[in-house]
Design a binder for this molecule. Structure first.
Ligand SMILES: *Cc1c(COP(=O)(O)O)cnc(C)c1O
Length: 374
C-alpha cells in the first residue's frame, strides 16, 4: 500500500471496525491463568494492563511504524515521554551522549538536569557540522541525539553523514522527526536507529492532545518499552484514538502546511520590513542543499526577524488577528511565538519570531501579516 493508504487502513488488525472502538479500560480479563502469565511476559502486549499496552496504542503504533518505515513503534503520553524512555533505556551510568545544541528545550534539560545526576555526560555540538560530531565522540558514547529541522532556526543535520560517524564508533542514532514529519522525511532510510515524535504536533495535528512515539527495530522498541512501562508515561486510550483520527489526514495536512509555509516564507523574504527568513525550502537558507537531499517537502515551521527591536516584534504579535499567540506547532491553526521571550539561548533581545503555519487560506494569512507588519 502507498503512504496515504497506510495512513487510513494501516491500523486495521482484520477485526472489521471501520472506526475502531475506544478501549477505555485499565485492565483485561483472561480465559485462564496460563494465557494471563504469557501476556505479562510479552513486551507491549495489547490486552494485559494498559500501562503495558492497549489495542488503541497498538493501532497507532502499526500506522506510525509503517509510515516511518520501521519494524515497530511505541506510543507514550507525550513527546518527552518517548524521548525520556528512549534516552533512559539506551544509556547507563558512566556513559556519554552527543546531542546537537539546537535541540528541543526539554531534551536538552533531560540531558543537562536529569541524566547528569545519574552519571551520564552529554556534549552539545553544532548540528550543521558533521566534523564536530566526530570530534565529540568518546569511547563511551552510547547515543547520538539529533533533531532536523530544529527549532527555532530550522537548522538541518546531515543524517547520513552524522549517522555514519556515530555507527563507526558503535553509537546508536536517535532522530526527533517532529518538525519534518514522516510525510517529508524518514530518518530510518538514512540510517537512523530510532525515530522520535512529539505526536502532539503534526501527527495529531489539531492541538487537542499530547502524545509521543518512538519507532525502531522490534528489538530496540522492546528494549525501550522495558524502561517505558516502568517509568509510566502511558498514553490514555482516548488520546490514542484521537491520534489515530488525526493521522488519517496527515498526508493532506502536511502537503498544505508545506505549500502555505513556502508561500509565506517567500512573501516575508520579499517584505521590506523583514530582514531575514529561516525556512529550509528557501534557496538562501544555509542548509538548503542538505535539506533538499533528505527531505521531500520543507514543512510548516518558519522563523523570521523584522527590521526592528524585540519590542517591535512583540507589537507584530499583538497586531495579528488571525494568527494566535501561542506555543506549540503543527496544528491546523497558525501560531506565532517569540523565542527570545521564552527559551534559553534563542534570539534573546532580538526581533526573531517563530511561526507555525496552519491550513488557513494563504491569502488570509498574508493579509494578516501585511496589516501587522505595517
Ligand atoms: C513539542 C516537542 C517535543 C516535546 O513534545 P511534548 O509532546 O510536548 O512532550 C519534542 N521535540 C520537538 C521537536 C517538539 O517540538
Amino acid at each position: 500500500m502507498e503512504f496515504e493508504t497506510r495512513l487510513i487502513h494501516g491500523h486495521a488488525d482484520g477485526e472489521g471496525d471501520v472506526t475502531p472502538p475506544i478501549y477505555q479500560t485499565s485492565t483485561f480479563a483472561f480465559a485462564d491463568a496460563e494465557s494471563m502469565a504469557r501476556a505479562s511476559a510479552t513486551p507491549g502486549y495489547e490486552r494485559f494492563y494498559t500501562r503495558y499496552g492497549n489495542p488503541n496504542h497498538a493501532q497507532v503504533e502499526r500506522v506510525v511504524a509503517s509510515i516511518e518505515g520501521g519494524e515497530a513503534a511505541m506510543v507514550s503520553a507525550s513527546g518527552m515521554g518517548a524521548i525520556s524512555a528512549t534516552v533512559l533505556a539506551l544509556t547507563q551510568a558512566g556513559g556519554h551522549v552527543v546531542a546537537q545544541s539546537a535541540i528541543y528545550d526539554g531534551t536538552r534539560k533531560l540531558m543537562s538536569n536529569v541524566l547528569s545526576r545519574f552519571g551520564v555526560d552529554a556534549t552539545f555540538v553544532d548540528q550543521t557540522d558533521p566534523q564536530a560530531f566526530a570530534e565529540a565522540m568518546r569511547e563511551n558514547t552510547a547515543l547520538v541525539l539529533l533533531e532536523t529541522p530544529s527549532n527555532p532556526l530550522l537548522g538541518v543535520t546531515d543524517l547520513r553523514a552524522v549517522g555514519t560517524i556515530a555507527h563507526e564508533r558503535g553509537a546508536l542514532v536517535a532522530v526527533d522527526n517532529t518538525i519534518a514529519t514522516p510525510v517529508n522525511q524518514n530518518p530510518l532510510a538514512f540510517g537512523a536507529d530510532v525515530v522520535l515524535h512529539s505526536a502532539t504536533k503534526y501527527l495529531g495535528g489539531h492541538s487537542d492532545l499530547l502524545a509521543g512515539v518512538a519507532v525502531a527495530s522490534r528489538a530496540l522498541i522492546d528494549r525501550i518499552w522495558q524502561t517505558h512501562h516502568i517509568v509510566g508515561a502511558t498514553l490514555g486510550p482516548f488520546e490514542a484514538w484521537l491520534l489515530l483520527r488525526g493521522l488519517r489526514t496527515l498526508d493532506m495536512r502536511v502537503q498544505r502546511h508545506n505549500a502555505n509555509a513556502s508561500a509565506l516564507a517567500a512573501y516575508l523574504r520579499d517584505h521590506p520590513r523583514v530582514t531575514r527568513v529561516y525556512y529550509p525550502g528557501l534557496e538562501n537558507h544555509p542548509c538548503h542543499d542538505v535539506a533538499r537531499a533528505q527531505m521531500r517537502g520543507y514543512g510548516g515551521l518558519l522563523s523570521f526577524e523584522i527590521d526592528g527591536s524585540f519590542e517591535d516584534a512583540r507589537r507584530v504579535i499583538d497586531r495579528l488577528q488571525l494568527v494566535h499567540s501561542a506555543v506549540s506547532l503543527g496544528g491546523v491553526e497558525s501560531l506565532i511565538a517569540q523565542p527570545g521571550a521564552m527559551w534559553s539561548g534563542h534570539g534573546k533581545g532580538s526581533s526573531l519570531l517563530r511561526l507555525s503555519v496552519g491550513l488557513e487560506a494563504i491569502g488570509d494569512l498574508i493579509a494578516d501579516f501585511e496589516r501587522a507588519l505595517q
